[in-house]
Design a protein around this ligand. Structure first.
Ligand code: ARG
Length: 584
């Protein structure tokens, strides 16, 4: 159990000794540390229950608390607020417990299985900045859930099913009409057929085909037909589609790996659509499919709806399943293969209606039991300085790779450590760039839009990823120097000073903060917390010359404290999916 929770339980017992029972202790950290580090506000409520004056009650509780050596500076303020601080001996004990194992101070949850959908990259299309937030937030939520004891699985849910693939194949056909894939009479093995196309080609082919289809009705129609052929696994087209998917998938995997994002499940929409026949049967058996202008839809509106709730498009009039249907198939697939307690969708907030329709349709057909949680974890957009979604200079959608490269150029310029040259410098600059990008992306509450300023977020000063990396590396280097000089640090022996105390109080509320972050499914508080802890540590660092300190007990204690802060920083940066280089 976390240390603060344990302390709260003990205080509840002390209240009981004083003759009072409370359900939940009203204890909070005080913002007037001179009066006491914590404030206990229970006397006011107890006064009502026990029909007594709150100050009398506060006096009695204070009397009991005074018997416990963990508390000092006990005093009563106002109508009955009890202020107190933690004694130095207790602070020393707390730090030694944390030093044994930082996980001692983290609370685990009851086990639960969660499938988190945070990929959504589209095959044969370049990833764009919108996919970045899904990846960053989803990966971090998964890591947080795992840290707190859940069984969490990431699902890439690649967009490999709809019309874009039909367009890409239509354009490949225009460019390479003689490929065996388009020859109906070809009898050979398609896996041996060479495809003269790279991922870079695909990234050109898709936008070209998409533009062309807007002007050329015939071309679009053919792309639609090809889409249907792929979905029906028609020989040739289906084989070509598989090749294209493989080429693109390899590149997508590399981009996610650069972002330190990984998935346990590498499904695409097409894998989930293997469940389409079963899905359709469920909807048919329950009479939930309604014909509408040649299409099949599911009514999802209810009488309580205030805003319009259009029916869910199940099968388009041309026979192609819709985006909504791929998500319904995915729910069925996940239920069969993983049977999770919860499914989270970390997807742009602008898709809220899509998920509302999908979840309602899933409930209506009872694809999953009522207890299974389906949640759209939406997020705001990353904007450019003009406040509009991040664009390239000529106004196009910015690809994720270009954005990553821009940040890299910036961090490369800022690395001044002369011992770093050549490939090593490039590799460090890349890690720092990812920290800049990821930290900036996780810092605002996920629901809000924010402006990404490359220079600001790449800076070594301020609330930035690079600042956190730099400071964390400096902690490690202090510890290394101590080791080189043969200074041992095993135990906290004594501790004084405001800043040290501040560090401990900040460490104590970490478990509560982690719980709240998971509840809110947002990383902003954790991002803030690392900054706060690091800043207080840096203040401490500037106040003391640790390596030349003559009081050896104090020196050892400071080093242990440094080690704890270092480990917590490493742990939390890892939760955010941020890697720390050895030097920078
Ligand atoms: N591929 C979609 C897109 O790029 C995102 C998919 C989001 N996830 C989901 N389960 N619908 O917009």
């Amino acid at each position: 159990m976390s240390i603060l929770k344990e302390l709260e339980l003990d205080i509840k017992k002390i209240l009981k000794q004083a003759g009072y029972e409370v359900e939940r202790l009203a204890m909070e950290e005080s913002n007037r540390k001179d009066l006491g580090e914590y404030q206990l506000n229970d006397a006011m409520q107890l006064a009502k229950t026990y029909h007594d004056n709150p100050r009398n009650i506060a006096e009695k509780i204070k009397g009991e608390l005074e018997k416990d050596s963990r508390f000092t500076n006990l005093n009563i303020a106002g109508p009955g607020f009890i202020n107190f601080s933690l004694s130095n001996e207790y602070i020393v004990e707390i730090l030694n417990r944390m030093n044994q194992d930082i996980f001692n101070n983290i609370d685990k949850k009851a086990p639960k299985k969660i499938v988190i959908d945070y990929g959504g990259a589209n095959v044969a299309k370049a990833l764009h900045v919108g996919h970045l937030r899904s990846a960053n937030i989803g990966e971090a939520l998964k890591r947080l859930a795992l840290l707190l004891g859940y069984d969490a699985l990431g699902d890439a849910h690649l967009g490999d099913y709809g019309r874009p693939l039909g367009l890409v194949l239509r354009e490949i056909k225009a460019r390479y009409p003689d490929l065996e894939y388009f020859d109906e009479n070809y009898e050979g093995d398609f896996s041996e057929v060479e495809l003269p196309i790279t991922n870079a080609d695909l990234e050109i082919i898709y936008p070209y085909a998409s533009n062309k289809s807007k002007e050329d009705e015939q071309y679009l129609e053919e792309a639609r037909e090809i889409t249907l052929k792929i979905q029906k696994h028609e020989k040739g087209y289906y084989d070509l589609w598989k090749k294209v998917v493989d080429i693109s998938k390899e590149d997508i995997k590399k981009t996610y790996a650069d972002l330190n994002v990984s998935f346990e499940i590498w499904n695409g929409e097409s894998d989930e659509m293997e469940f389409f026949d079963d899905l359709k049967k469920i909807y048919e058996d329950k009479n939930l499919l309604v014909e509408s202008e040649g299409a099949m839809v599911v009514e999802v509106a209810t009488d309580e709806d205030k805003a319009p709730m259009p029916p869910l498009l199940f099968i388009r009039s041309n026979g192609v399943a819709s985006y909504e249907t791929t998500d319904l198939a995915a729910i069925l697939e996940r239920k069969v293969n993983f049977n999770p307690d919860e499914m989270w969708y970390v997807v742009d907030g602008r898709q809220a209606l899509h998920f509302e329709q999908t979840f309602r349709a899933a409930r209506k057909a009872e694809l999953i039991s009522d207890e299974v949680v389906l949640e759209h974890v939406g997020f705001g957009t990353m904007n450019g300085k003009d406040g509009k979604p991040f664009k390239t200079r000529d106004g196009g959608v910015m690809s994720l790779k270009s954005l990553m490269d821009l940040v890299y150029q910036e961090t490369f310029k800022k690395i001044t450590n002369e011992s770093l040259v050549g490939e090593e410098k490039e590799s460090v600059a890349k890690t720092v760039a990812m920290a800049a990008l990821k930290y900036a992306d996780l810092l605002p509450y996920r629901g809000t839009d924010y402006i990404f300023e490359i220079e600001k977020f790449s800076d070594l000063e301020g609330k930035t990823g690079p600042y956190l990396l730099y400071s964390t590396i400096r902690m490690k280097s202090l510890l290394n120097k101590a080791i080189e000089q043969g200074i041992e640090f095993k135990e906290v022996k004594e501790l004084k000073g405001e800043t040290e105390k501040d560090l401990v109080l900040t460490l104590l509320y970490l478990p509560d903060l982690l719980d709240k972050s998971l509840e809110a499914k947002s990383l902003n508080e954790i991002a803030d917390y690392i900054y706060k802890l690091t800043s207080i540590y840096n203040k401490f660092y500037s106040e003391h010359k640790v390596l030349v300190e003559e009081n050896k007990d104090l020196q050892e204690s400071w080093l242990v404290l440094t080690n704890i802060i270092y480990k917590i920083n490493m742990l939390l940066l890892d939760v955010l999916g941020i890697k720390v280089p050895n030097k920078m």
